[in-house]
Design a protein around this ligand. Structure first.
Ligand SMILES: Cc1ncc(COP(=O)(O)O)c(C=O)c1O
Length: 466
């Protein structure tokens, strides 16, 4: 309910300063109980989206206009070996250091995860299935989990048989297996730019070459540029995050998803689709996966529960289309199997219900946290800063004035106990020096607010040449 009101505010159906309809009217309009409306109002008030005025009701809070979004990226479209990803490990290690405000890694704080339900599921699994949970779950993995995953994939428009699902240790392993199945060292892989650095690490570790495609912050890669690239280079696969990409947060419109598939089919190139953020959009419709339109097994679909349940469970999956055999084989030879116990925990959690309710709650919270962080950045950062308008997920991609070197900002912020992800990590060629990515899925409060102000001050100093 809070997410739906937030959506209306974002779309200016309720404008700043306007009074929200009364509780009864909202309850009728949205078809929910009065209690739900009241809860949603409290949540929105906590999130700073609306404010109560005595005896007058709730009003949409006025906010300063946000700075413009970054321009579409223009990377050089030549294949290149990836280097310089070693700092990623330092970045993720900072996530768990006490006292550090962790804007760096895109890891949701505990409050965004259903930890109580997970603990309860863990206890039940240990008491009921202890024996089964101690055996290997060789590929494709625990059947009960694959059944639940296949069911859930219907929400993304995909008709999938449980036998088509292979369980992996997170989405990162799914991406690795997919790339191993379609390419050998030296092959060229087309990717969006900027892209999730974990993908660059996989490309680097497999000795592949990345070819960065210009990408629009609102709707994703340029299909025109992809076409030119496909005609010019022997591209072996294209890897994209079409639903709420990391770091741009765009959702590729359906027509472009269809056009992408047609283009790839024309050149007989597989698509590795990373849909890890697909359930975390700010609207109330779950966008379809590109896989939903695939009729010839061209898409290798990868995802995980790291952003919705817990990253530490390390449960992900791949639906590899026509590459099932090599993917199962590489899964087996890499590590025999994904740990059995977490697979049962996730199967149990999904079977018991409540997961959709959890998703509805966190979607609203992610939207509100991204909005708050955007406002705070807009207030504290130097003139000339630009910000994305994510349509889902929990990260913000921030372009700073050209004089700001994000690697220096990273060091200075680190010294002040603040972790950020510097732009060059998101490029195979070290681009995006004046950019940073910020994680909004942190408990909002004084330390986070102050950290944004400190970051703003540091960025001001660098922008002025200090
Ligand atoms: C787009 C994308 N893919 C994959 C991953 C890695 O997922 P996992 O932790 O399930 O391996 C992440 C994590 O941030 C991500 O943002």
């Amino acid at each position: 309910m809070a997410a739906r009101i937030t959506e209306r505010i974002e779309q200016m159906q309720y404008v700043p300063g306007e009074r929200l309809p009364g509780v009864r009217k909202l309850s009728r309009q949205f078809g929910v109980s009065v209690g739900t409306v009241i809860q949603a109002q409290h949540l929105l008030e906590d999130q700073g989206r609306i404010e109560a005025r005595p005896r007058a009701g709730y009003f949409v809070r006025a906010r300063a206009p946000l700075p413009a979004a970054p321009e579409p990226s223009r990377p050089s479209t030549r294949p290149t070996l990836v280097s310089g990803q070693a700092m990623a490990l330092r970045l993720v290690q900072a996530t768990h250091q006490p006292g550090v405000v962790s804007f760096g890694a895109a890891v949701p704080a505990e409050g965004f995860l259903p930890v109580q339900a997970e603990r309860a599921a863990l206890r039940r699994v240990v008491s009921r299935y202890a024996e089964r949970a101690t055996a290997y779950a060789f590929p494709p993995g625990v059947m009960e989990l694959r059944v639940q995953i296949a069911r859930r994939m219907a929400d993304a428009g995909c008709t999938v048989d449980p036998d088509e699902v292979i369980i992996t240790s997170g989405c990162q392993e799914a991406l690795t297996l997919a790339l191993r199945a379609v390419a050998v060292p030296g092959d060229v892989i087309a990717i969006e730019s900027p892209t999730f650095y974990g993908l660059l690490q996989v490309i680097e570790s497999l000795g592949l070459k990345a070819l960065e495609i210009p990408t629009h912050p609102d709707h994703g890669i340029s299909l025109e540029a992809l076409q030119v690239v496909l005609e010019r280079w022997p591209v072996k696969a294209c890897v994209l995050v079409p639903n709420y990409s990391n770091p741009l947060g765009y959702c590729m419109p359906l027509a472009r998803k269809h056009a992408l598939l047609a283009l790839l089919a024309g050149h007989d190139v597989p698509l590795i689709e990373d849909d890890i953020w697909g359930d975390l959009g700010f609207g109330h419709e779950r966008p379809p996966a590109v896989l939903a339109g695939d009729r010839d097994g061209r898409v290798l679909y990868c995802s995980s529960f790291s952003k919705t349940l817990s990253p530490g469970l390390r449960v992900g999956w791949i639906v590899p289309g026509r590459y099932r055999e090599p993917v199962s084989y590489y899964k087996y030879v890499s590590n025999l199997a994904t740990a059995t116990l977490p697979q049962w925990v996730v199967a149990e959690l999904l079977a018991q219900g409540g997961y959709d309710r959890h998703l509805r709650r966190v979607r609203g919270e992610y939207a509100a946290h991204v909005a708050r962080l955007s406002d705070a950045v807009a207030e504290s950062f130097p003139p000339g800063t630009r910000l994305t308008r994510p349509q889902g997920g929990c990260v913000l991609w921030v372009e700073l004035p050209q004089a700001v070197d994000s690697l220096v900002l990273y060091e200075r912020a680190q010294a002040r106990q603040i972790s950020i992800a510097p732009g060059p990590m998101f490029s195979a060629t070290g681009k995006y020096r004046p950019f940073i990515r910020l994680n909004a899925a942190l408990p909002w409060g004084r330390p986070v607010e102050q950290a944004v102000v400190v970051l703003g001050d540091l960025a001001h100093q660098l922008a002025e040449g200090d």
